[in-house]
Design a protein around this ligand. Structure first.
Ligand SMILES: [Cu+2]
Length: 123
């Protein structure tokens, strides 16, 4: 007798529980028009690999590391004007150069790296 009561109580519980579950799954989100998902265009497009002629002024030289900091003009199709550090392909390229020199140089761009492959003092 008691067992029967237990079983029916359990059945009622299961029924109620499944009814609840059903109700939850039937709740639909309000019919709101969602804004189309767009990819933000923040990253500039990747430049083509190649050699880019550039002009600038040396602001720092590190002969040990083989790097040079240059305040450069816009490098067309590569980057806007800025002050930045470049590595040189060969440390020998830095010989005879000094801070303050105006230079014509070539940036060898090979995604995602860039090095200076040639430097000469601007006339
Ligand atoms: Cu730059």
């Amino acid at each position: 007798m008691e067992r029967k009561t237990l079983i029916s109580a359990f059945s009622i519980f299961v029924l109620m529980f499944s009814a609840c579950q059903k109700n939850i799954s039937e709740i639909k989100p309000p019919n709101v028009k969602q804004a189309p998902v767009t990819t933000p265009v923040t990253a500039p497009s990747i430049p083509k690999d190649g050699n880019y002629d550039a002009k600038g002024e040396i602001t720092k030289i590190n002969t040990e590391l083989g790097s040079v900091e240059v305040k450069h003009e816009e490098i067309k199709d590569l980057m806007p004007a800025m002050q930045m550090e470049f590595y040189v392909k060969d440390k020998a390229l830095l010989k005879g150069l000094a801070v303050g020199d105006r230079i014509d140089f070539v940036v060898e761009y090979k995604h995602p790296t860039e090095v200076i492959s040639s430097i000469k003092k601007a006339q």
